[in-house]
Design a protein around this ligand. Structure first.
Ligand SMILES: [Zn+2]
Length: 80
């Protein structure tokens, strides 16, 4: 692994700012979830892809009881 030259300080709450260049490269936007794990003594951050639990759609998602459901599925649930 090659150092990126983008060292960041950890603040008092353990937060680190992810460099904008890396966020753009990985398609990470404000509000996206990232999974944090440790592997071989290193932090690993992975973008969590968000999809409807019923149909797999990635748009117009709403959270219900900690699960994501799209607007279309919400509509079909309330119609039945
Ligand atoms: Zn759906």
């Amino acid at each position: 692994m090659v150092a990126s030259g983008m060292a960041r300080k950890v603040d008092g709450l353990g937060r680190v700012v992810l460099p904008v260049e890396m966020r753009k490269q990985l398609g990470i936007d404000v509000g996206d979830l990232v999974d944090i794990s440790v592997a071989d003594g290193r932090f690993v951050l992975e973008k969590v892809e968000q999809h409807c639990v019923f149909c797999g759609a990635a748009e117009e998602l709403r959270e219900h009881r900690a699960k994501l459901v799209c607007a279309a599925c919400v509509g079909s649930l309330s119609a039945s």
